[in-house]
Ligand binder design. Sequence first.
Ligand code: HEC
Length: 150
Amino acid sequence: MSRKLVLAACAAIVATAALAPVAIADENNPVIVHRQGIYKIVAGHMGGLKSILLLKNGATENLSWHAEGIVDAFKHMGNAYPVGSDIGETKAKAVIWSDRAKFDEAGKKAFGAALALVDTAKAGNIEQSTNAFKALGGTCKACHDDFRKD
Ligand code: HEC
């Protein structure tokens, strides 16, 4: 591509970016975007697990991949709820920051449940994996009930 064409292409990209309604522009807190993105990934893995275990759609060899994906995503969260990240497009309840110990405990339970699922999945035990999957889902719900706005 000639230099002129490259410049023209760049200009086109800039123009498009300026005109396109960018969804993320509404969200000015990257910490919130980060944690919501991680939860979406986790939920995607849960969908895969549900399909394999409860809907019995086969692909049992993918169980541990999904389970490890959840553990990995949780590990990557880091400090996803710093003070001040209640400002923006978030469903996080204020109680997260006023009762941090309880919130952290709910997080640890979910992480532990995900680790347990990795173990049963790696062992190839479908029945135990189904139970571990349900237990993990219960920890998601428990935290949402207490700490996420509807
Ligand atoms: C320790 C508490 C906690 C645990 C455990 C937890 N969540 Fe959440 N989740 C939240 C909070 C708080 C939000 C809202 C975050 C925000 O809007 O800033 C959320 C948001 C979400 C969202 C919406 C993300 C978006 O697009 O805005 C999904 C989906 C989700 N969680 C799925 C899950 C699943 C699946 C699990 C279990 C495997 C799980 N969560 C475990 C607290 C938790």
